[in-house]
Design a protein around this ligand. Structure first.
Ligand code: SF4
Ligand code: SF4
Length: 223
């Protein structure tokens, strides 16, 4: 799934105001951003309410409509709300970066405001916590690393690790993160494939690379 968090309300309000306010259409998505409690039906309703409160407190005349699509990243679903888009002045997406882009493409004459900061691809890891697992490198080799991705989960993206700094199974860059290569070692050992660690992987094309290891979204109020 794609992981993202809603932007701070002040940032969203600034963007709406920069587009002139008026009739605002908040468009959510029932898929990944609903799972990570950022842009599903509930979050859409909450944001709409916050925008209405802001408008009332400033004596403005914003009206807020809402709709939550099955998948905002699919044009067919976006096309279903043509009338609602037509009747709005501002379109505010609570889909991920992909959904917001597709929505913008479907309505080429409209500016679509992104209400979500999209961070990564990963999985739910307990209540109110999501963890990155894949960096989308386009050349998956996790069968050689115990089913664990060193690109997304090692802080140095080491394909041929470990770096040697791990302590107690934790990454030397951050003691609250597991060392990916400790996890890889544990996994290949449990699969009876320690021989995999002897394979030297050639470098990937790093032109689209990134660093920093797993990015984790934590919502303290949901834990
Ligand atoms: S190697 Fe890692 S980053 Fe690349 S596709 Fe596989 S899981 Fe994703
Ligand atoms: S300690 Fe482990 S996770 Fe951290 S950079 Fe080194 S090999 Fe990667």
């Amino acid at each position: 799934m794609i992981i993202g968090e809603q932007k701070p309300l002040t940032d969203i309000i600034d963007m709406v105001e920069s587009e002139g306010g008026g009739r605002i259409l908040v468009v959510g998505c029932r898929s990944c951003v609903a799972v990570c409690l950022a842009g599903g039906e509930k979050e859409v309703a909450e944001l709409a309410s916050s925008l209405e409160e802001h408008s009332a407190s400033r004596g403005m005349d914003w009206t807020v409509s809402t709709v939550t699509l099955q998948r905002q990243c699919e044009k067919d679903f976006d096309k279903e709300i043509a009338d609602m888009v037509e009747d709005s002045d501002v379109v505010l997406s609570l889909g991920c970066g992909v959904g917001a882009q597709v929505l913008s493409e479907v309505y080429p004459t409209r500016v679509v405001i992104p209400g979500i900061n999209t961070s990564s691809m990963g999985s739910p890891e307990g209540k109110g916590r999501w963890k990155e697992r894949c960096a989308g490198c386009g050349d998956c080799t996790i069968h050689l690393s115990g089913g664990i991705c060193p690109i997304a989960r090692c802080s140095k993206m080491l394909q041929n690790g470990p770096c040697g700094g791990s302590q107690g199974g934790k990454c030397e860059l951050s003691p609250d993160r597991d060392c990916a290569w400790q996890l890889i070692y544990d996994q290949v050992r449990s699969k009876g494939r320690l021989d995999l660690l002897e394979i030297l992987l050639p470098p990937k094309d790093w032109s689209k690379g990134r660093d920093g290891g797993s990015r984790i979204v934590v919502k303290e109020d949901k834990r």
